[in-house]
Structures are given as structure tokens and as C-alpha cells.
Design a protein around this ligand. Structure first.
Ligand SMILES: [Zn+2]
Length: 217
């Protein structure tokens, strides 16, 4: 694919996810909006073999616009496309099979407000989308529902999704939710953690709306 600033940002993000231990091998995938198209990582290529020219450009009808050789988009392109087309404020989508989020997803439960940083995803919980086969419209529909008023969700028996205005925001949210899943799993070994109440969480959500938590790229 013809390289640009967005394709560089996409590959930088994939490498950062690998460095932080959020992805392994060829798992996980990222996308970002670029005008009236979007860029997405290819299917089945290990991160160490990825480069900007292997990024794939798609349109919102699911057609490949630009790709080298016979590279195919990530098998999860459907939910990337549906999120980017239905959520106009979202500019980037990150999907990981990171260890703690994936472990917690095995139980199909939402992440409750046990820590104020849960509000980073936009609400008082991080929902878990019901399981459906990867790559299907059913899975994409479940994810769209779980992401209503949220910037992250878990996917049952699968992993994590984080979205943002840009790749940097989506990355920070993915990293934070993974950390929160780790904390919650540790807490549950001791007992039942105290939860913050509705007022406490809505105060944090309001506070988060008034300042940027990270530099925008
Ligand atoms: Zn996946």
C-alpha cells in the first residue's frame, strides 16, 4: 500500500502493542480512519514481519482499495469497519488477545466499577460482548451493542477492544483496561472488592470529560 502518516502510525501502534506484551504472534489487529477509507493490518502476518507497505486500505463497503500481492485484511475487518462507520467520533480501533483481558473474558462478565479508572472507557463498567465466531457479522453486532457509550469492551472467550479518536487514545485505553483486568483478577483472589457507587463514578466520568488524559497525535 502507498505509505502515509496514518500507515506509519498504524504500524508503530502494532509494534508498541507487541512491546508492551499486549499481543503475540499474529494475534490482534488495528485499524484507523483515513478520509472516506480505513487502513487495517493484514491477516495472518506475524508482527515482526509487518511493515507499512503491508497495511491494507479498505472502503466502507468492505472492498480492498489498496494492498500488495494477495494480502488479505485481518479476518476481523468486519467489526473494525462497523465500528468506524457507525461511530463517527471514533478514528481508530485496537483489538488484542492480551492475557488478563482475555482471561477475564472467559467468564463473560462485565468489569464492574471497582476502580475509578474504569471511567476511562466512558462509563461505570466495561461490558462483555457475548461470544460469537470470529470474523462474523454476529460478533460485530454483539461488539457494537457492548460499545454503546463506551470506548472499550471485552469479547467473551476471546479478548479486548478499545477505540479512540486516534490510535494513541485507543492504545492508552487498551493498555489501561488490560491493567484493570489484571488488578481485578488479583483482587478476586483476596475476596470481593468494594465497588464505587453511581455518584462516585459519574463524578469521575464528568472529570474525565473536562481534561485530556494523554497527548493527542
Ligand atoms: Zn481476535
Amino acid at each position: 500500500m502507498i505509505k502515509n502518516k496514518k500507515s506509519k502510525s498504524l504500524i508503530d501502534t502494532v509494534l508498541k502493542l507487541q512491546d508492551m506484551g499486549l499481543n503475540h504472534g499474529a494475534t490482534g489487529n488495528c485499524s484507523c480512519r483515513d478520509g472516506d477509507t480505513y487502513l487495517i493490518t493484514p491477516s495472518g502476518i506475524e508482527t515482526k514481519n509487518l511493515s507499512e507497505d503491508k497495511v491494507i486500505r479498505m472502503d466502507f463497503a468492505g472492498n480492498i482499495i489498496d494492498s500488495i500481492g494477495n494480502l488479505k485484511p485481518s479476518s476481523e475487518w468486519r467489526f473494525h469497519q462497523d465500528i468506524l462507520s457507525q461511530r463517527k467520533e471514533v478514528g481508530a480501533v485496537i483489538h488484542t488477545h492480551s492475557i488478563y483481558a482475555s482471561t477475564f473474558s472467559l467468564f463473560g462478565n462485565e468489569l464492574p466499577p471497582f476502580h475509578y479508572m474504569i471511567a476511562v472507557a466512558g462509563g461505570a463498567s466495561v461490558r462483555c460482548a457475548p461470544y460469537a465466531m470470529f470474523g462474523t457479522q454476529e460478533l460485530s453486532d454483539n461488539i457494537i451493542d457492548a460499545l454503546v457509550n463506551r470506548k472499550a469492551c471485552l469479547i467473551a472467550n476471546h479478548g479486548l477492544i478499545a477505540v479512540g479518536e486516534n490510535l494513541m487514545e485507543a492504545f492508552h485505553i487498551a493498555e489501561e483496561i488490560e491493567h484493570l483486568c489484571h488488578l481485578y483478577i488479583e483482587a478476586k483472589k483476596i475476596g470481593e472488592p468494594n465497588l464505587l457507587n453511581k455518584k462516585q463514578m459519574s463524578d469521575v466520568i464528568k472529570r474525565f470529560q473536562t481534561y485530556s488524559q494523554w497527548t493527542k497525535d
